[in-house]
Design a protein around this ligand. Sequence first.
Ligand SMILES: [Zn+2]
Length: 117
Amino acid sequence: MGLQRGLTLKIVKYIALYAAGLLVGIGVFAIRTDWLGFVVFAVIFLGGLIILVYWHAHTFYYRCQCCGNVFAISTLKDLISPHGLQRENGWKFLCCPKCKKWSKAQIVPKDNSEPTQ
Ligand SMILES: [Zn+2]
């Protein structure tokens, strides 16, 4: 439980950091409402989003609820697949590469497990 909570806090911290960066971007755009201000805003917005999703996709594995298979996903899949929180645990709606069933795959930190496939 403690580990999952710690990870959730880490994610919240990263998102807060990203939100702060976005506010700076909006501030710059408010002062400079020309193309340069917009470019600064767009770079922070897109760059932050890519870094966040890339970090997320490379920090976690996912455990299938049907067969228990642990697998990694790509950055793109991480970005487009629906996800949420259930009590203490994070989940992502994914198709398992082993049993081919869709389930709310449980998020597991990479440090603690190896993928079974
Ligand atoms: Zn499975």
